[in-house]
Design a protein around this ligand. Structure first.
Ligand SMILES: [Zn+2]
Length: 389
């Protein structure tokens, strides 16, 4: 595996823990810090691989749980693996299915062996063990694959202790179960909002010597201050020469704070999901393009944005598409939002290269209003009720 995967630390910022790096995979290089758009069902919703290449995406994520249930990992394998199946020749990361088993599946029963659950699609019963999660990901064939982990509610101390012991035993079993040598298996640090558990988790997983490390179980209801505190505990314990991936995090302010704390990779459904709901990123915060104030607005979504949508269409036209329920609305809005985060990653890399990440971060955050914790929590609650994804 040493020949296939190689993480090179190119530069470290002097004023923060921000790092500039390059992760070599069998399907190309990922320049870090990087944001990976999410293609839950082997498609980044509303975009095709040509769009993704044009946007400069270097890594995309696909969900093991969803693809295992539909169309089935054996179907994907028969079609030549995920890259061939979805027509994307760049690097792919699959999650282990753990997060979805613990957030979407029904009638779950957890034991040390694994998890028995009901499909959210048709209620059929399934079992996931660490060995199976690795086996399914080997059938799917992504470049980066993840250990099967348990994702408990972040504030429940007793449950986090119990779940962490299982997550660690499962990580060792995933490592032992791996057969393919052309996939990098990442360990996942858990431990809720508890610094001592996070520390123990980082130390245990580093002992298993993974080619990369993820931090899971954050951005799931804890405050921003708690997320930052956990990153401050974990990243200094991870090896300098391995990539670090903060799972499921994609708000612009979280990318900046994560990079400042030494994170290299991010993924999130946020830009694509917001886009389909007419919420668009700008450097002055999010706007909802359905609002009446844009009905006769000839300006692009954001002045100076280099994306296809902003180079070509007005706010008035986008608002019209959303009001008329046209499918082009989702596509144009998604292009803009994904571009916004990929451009932010490119800008962060440029700032680290010039050793001025701190100034870049301060300037960005000075103009960007952050959505309060209570509003985010209420939004999350609403999504949970309507069964997101
Ligand atoms: Zn744009």
């Amino acid at each position: 595996m040493a020949e296939t995967f190689d993480f090179t630390l190119l530069q470290t910022d002097t004023g923060s823990r921000a790092r500039l790096g390059r992760f070599r995979t069998p399907h190309g290089d990922v320049h870090t810090p990087a944001f990976a758009p999410v293609g839950t069902q082997a498609t980044v919703k509303a975009l095709d691989p040509r769009d993704l290449h044009e946007l400069g995406a270097e890594l995309i994520l696909a969900n093991t749980y969803h693809l295992y249930l539909r169309p089935g990992a054996d179907v994907v394998a028969e079609m030549g693996g995920l890259h061939a199946f979805m027509g994307w020749d760049g690097p792919i990361l699959t999650d282990s299915g753990g997060f979805q088993v613990f957030s979407l599946a029904e009638n779950r029963k957890v034991s040390d062996e694994g998890v028995v659950f009901g499909s959210h699609v048709d209620g059929s019963r399934h079992t996931f063990t660490p060995e199976m999660a690795v086996g399914v990901q080997e059938q799917l064939g992504a470049d980066i694959i993840m250990c099967f982990d348990e994702c408990p509610e972040p504030h429940d101390r007793a449950y986090n202790e119990e779940a962490l012991a299982r997550t660690h035993a499962w990580a060792a079993r995933c490592r032992a179960a791996q057969r393919r040598t052309d996939q990098a298996l990442f360990g996942i640090v858990q431990g809720g909002v508890f610094p001592d558990l996070r520390q123990a988790s980082a130390e245990f997983l580093v002992g298993l010597d993974f080619p990369g490390y993820a931090i899971g179980g954050l951005s799931v209801g804890e405050s921003k201050a708690q997320m930052h505190a956990m990153l401050d505990v974990v990243t200094p314990l991870l090896p300098e020469g391995k990539p670090r991936y903060l799972m499921g995090v994609g708000a612009p302010e979280d990318l900046l704070e994560g990079v400042a704390r030494g994170i290299d990779l991010f993924d999130c459904v946020l830009p694509t999901r917001l886009a389909r709901n007419a919420a668009l990123f700008t450097h002055q915060g999010r706007i909802n393009i359905r609002n009446a104030q844009y009905a006769r607005d000839p300006a692009p979504v954001e002045e100076g944005c280099g994306c296809y949508t902003c180079r070509t269409f007005s706010r008035a036209y986008l608002r019209h598409l959303f009001k008329a329920g046209e499918i082009l609305a989702a596509r144009l809005a998604t292009i803009h939002n994904v571009h916004f985060l990929l451009q932010l990653a490119r800008d962060m890399r440029a700032a680290i290269a010039e050793d001025c990440f701190g100034a870049f971060k301060d300037e960005f955050l000075a103009g960007y209003p952050i959505i309060p914790h209570e509003v985010r929590a209420a939004n999350r609650e609403r999504r949970a009720q309507s069964l997101g994804r």
